[in-house]
Write a protein that binds this ligand. Sequence first.
Ligand code: HPA
Length: 275
Amino acid sequence: MKNTQEIKETALAAADIIRERAPGFTATKAIVLGSGLGPLVEALRDAVAISYSDLPGFPRPSVEGHAGTLHLGTLGGQAVFMMQGRSHYYESGRPDGMKTALLALRELGVKTLFLTNAAGSLLEETGPGELILIKDHINYSGLNPLIGESGSERFIDMTTAYDETIRSGLKRSAFELDIPLTEGVYMWFSGPSFETPAEINMARVLGADAVGMSTVPEVIYGRFLGMKIAGVSIVTNYAAGMNDEPLSHEQTMDNADRAAQNFQRILIQYLESLS
Ligand code: HPA
């Protein structure tokens, strides 16, 4: 794990490069695009794209379907950053892979973080192609990106990690568009293997509605940085053991489309409602 000072310096260097590439651009919102949500960047207007490889400390995604590009532009009338591609714990064995990128975004003025992911659903009534609005999470991996931080700031309150006002706004936008948006609890498994049916039974007993391999470390670090957080899962499959479908990354991607399009409509409607 890099030390805090190194991360800060790297984040400031990345922020300087972003400022140079898009002079005068400011945005208070950032959206992290999970598996299958990449096409959302096509809805951006006046977009500038910067490859992560030009940005020190940004992740180097190794997963198919996760590009590695930071986009700046306007969506639903609001200036936004979009991170197309994230790092996952299972790629590196480290839970801090997104710290530098999130710190750079905070340095650039980001105050609200929209996190998206692909997830398996434990809800019979919310199947592949549907959306789950995350209202809380269970950090089942036990890992934490704040390990190694010092001072009392690291003891962050997670009681209202998923901002209630933003959740209400997203639910209202979904309702206006007639798109079902169930709220649920997301449980973070380290991956990369999918869960076993026994693990899914356990997750259900513990209160999970969705399972996935990302997002939670970004929520924790985003809260540490004082950002407001929203999280949405696109359901790509029923969780292991709920039906006879074999689980694979390809199947995950195939089912993402409808949910991604619906998420895009909800997000644009929500952003428009803010102006
Ligand atoms: N489990 C974990 N991660 C996932 C799943 C799943 O069933 N589907 C998509 N990402």
